[in-house]
Design a protein around this ligand. Structure first.
Ligand SMILES: *Cc1c(COP(=O)(O)O)cnc(C)c1O
Length: 378
C-alpha cells in the first residue's frame, strides 16, 4: 500500500513526535528484559513529573488507549453500590457515567449545555445533598472544545471527603499539572493525544489515597487486566503480569522525555499562540469560536462554520489535499469543526499549511496573511 503522509490536525491522534517515531524501530526486547524495566522506571519517574503527583503516587502505562485509562480508574476505585458524582457536558463525560454504571455504582450527573463548562455552583449543590465516594470530571471536553474547572471541582470534592478522578487526556502534557496540590486521586491520558506518541498505551497516575482505597476494597477488582495490584506487580516488583507493548513503551518514553525537555510552560504558550492566530485567521472567512473565551479549551479549537459552507464537502476536499480535520459530534455535527492543537499538532507551519489549503478549497484569501502577522507579533 502506498501511504501518503497526511497532515493530522484532528483532536487525536496527533502527528508522531520525531524521537518517538525513531524509537518505534529500536530492536525488539522481551517484556521482562532489564533494558525494558529500565525504560519503564524512567517512564514512571517522568510521569510523576508530568502529573505533578507526589512520590508516593503510582504511575504506569496501561496496555490500551485513553478509554482504558478511564475505565481502569472506575474499576479499581468503585464497588457496586458506591455513590459517584459525574460531571458530564459532552461525549467523554457521558462515557464516564456509562462506565460507572457498568461497575454497578450509583451515578448522579451534573450537566451543562453543549459548548458550556460545568458550573461550580451546580457541583456544590450536588455535593451538599449527599455523600459521594468519588467525583469525576473531564478536564478538557474534546467533543466540544470546553475546558471544565477541574481544579476547582477537585477542591470542592476534597472538602466533602470524596476521591477525585480527572480525565487529563487533552490537558496533561500541554500544561503544568499539580495532581498532588490540586487533590486529584486518579488521572489518565492517552499516548496519541498531548504526548504525540502512537496510540495504544494510557499513562495513568494513582495518588496514595487512591492506592489505599483499592487496598481496602471489600470486593475484588472485577477487571483482571488493569487491576492495580497486577500493575504494581509488573511495574514495581518486576513480576510477569501480561506482555506489554514494548515498542509503544520505547516511543512513549521518547515522546514523554521530549515533552518534559520542552517544558510545560513553553508547550502551553505554543498552543495558545497557534490557537489564537488560527481563530483570527478563520474569522476572515466567517468562522466564529464555538465556546466563550473564558471556557475555551486551548488544545481543541471548536469553530462554527459560516452558513454557506458545507462541512462534509469542504473536509472531503481538504482530505484530497492530505489535510485532515474533524467535524462535530452528535448535535454539533455539520455545524462545527474541531481543530487539534495537542502536542505536535500545535506547530505554526502546520496551521499555515491548513489555512493556505483552505483558502484554495473555499476560494477565500487573506487567512494565511492574518495568521502569519498574528504569529509574528508575539
Ligand atoms: C480521546 C479521549 C478519550 C478516549 O481516548 P481513546 O484513546 O480514544 O480511547 C477520553 N477522554 C478524552 C477527553 C479524549 O479526548
Amino acid at each position: 500500500m502506498n501511504m501518503i503522509e497526511q497532515l493530522l490536525l484532528t483532536p487525536g491522534p496527533t502527528p508522531i513526535e520525531p524521537h518517538a517515531a525513531r524509537a518505534l524501530s529500536f530492536p525488539m526486547r522481551g517484556h521482562m528484559d532489564p533494558d525494558v524495566f529500565a525504560i519503564n522506571a524512567t517512564i514512571q519517574k517522568n510521569l510523576l513529573e508530568l502529573y505533578g503527583a507526589g512520590s508516593d503516587a503510582f504511575t504506569c502505562l496501561l496496555a490500551g488507549t485513553g478509554s482504558l485509562g478511564m475505565e481502569a480508574g472506575f474499576y479499581n476505585l468503585l464497588e457496586p453500590g458506591d455513590a459517584v458524582l459525574v460531571c458530564a457536558n459532552g461525549e467523554f463525560g457521558f462515557r464516564m457515567a456509562e462506565m460507572c454504571k457498568r461497575v454497578g455504582a450509583v451515578v448522579t450527573l451534573v450537566t451543562a449545555s453543549i459548548g458550556r463548562a460545568i458550573k461550580l455552583e451546580d457541583v456544590k449543590v450536588a455535593l451538599e445533598k449527599q455523600p459521594f465516594k468519588l467525583v469525576a470530571v473531564v478536564h478538557g471536553e474534546t467533543s466540544t472544545g470546553v475546558l471544565n474547572p477541574a481544579v476547582e471541582i477537585a477542591k470542592l470534592a476534597k472538602g466533602h471527603g470524596a476521591l477525585v478522578t480527572v480525565d487529563a487526556v487533552t490537558t496533561a502534557g500541554m500544561m503544568t499539572y499539580k495532581m498532588l496540590e490540586w487533590g486529584i486521586d486518579y488521572a489518565y491520558t492517552g499516548s496519541q493525544k498531548c504526548l504525540s506518541a502512537p496510540p495504544g498505551v494510557a499513562p495513568v497516575a494513582f495518588s496514595a489515597a487512591a492506592i489505599a482505597c483499592v487496598e481496602n476494597r471489600k470486593t475484588r477488582v472485577p477487571l483482571w487486566y488493569a487491576d492495580l495490584e497486577g500493575l504494581r506487580a509488573y511495574w514495581d516488583r518486576r513480576e510477569y503480569h501480561h506482555t506489554v507493548a514494548v515498542q509503544l513503551h520505547y516511543a512513549l518514553d521518547a515522546a514523554l522525555q521530549a515533552a518534559l525537555d520542552e517544558g510545560m510552560e513553553a508547550r502551553a504558550r505554543r498552543v495558545q499562540l497557534v490557537g489564537d492566530a488560527t481563530l483570527k485567521a478563520l474569522a476572515v472567512a466567517g468562522f466564529e469560536a464555538f465556546v466563550p473565551e473564558a471556557e475555551r479549551l486551548p488544545t481543541v479549537l471548536a469553530v462554527k462554520l459560516p452558513e454557506h459552507l458545507s462541512d462534509v464537502k469542504v473536509r472531503a476536499s481538504l482530505r484530497e489535499q492530505n489535510v485532515i480535520i474533524t467535524g462535530g459530534l452528535g448535535e454539533t455535527a455539520g455545524k462545527i469543526w474541531r481543530l487539534g492543537l495537542m502536542g505536535e499538532a500545535a506547530r505554526p507551519a502546520y496551521y499555515a499549511r491548513f489555512l493556505e489549503t483552505l483558502e484554495r478549497v473555499i476560494g477565500v484569501s487573506g487567512m494565511t496573511e492574518v495568521f502569519e502577522q498574528s504569529i509574528a507579533i508575539v
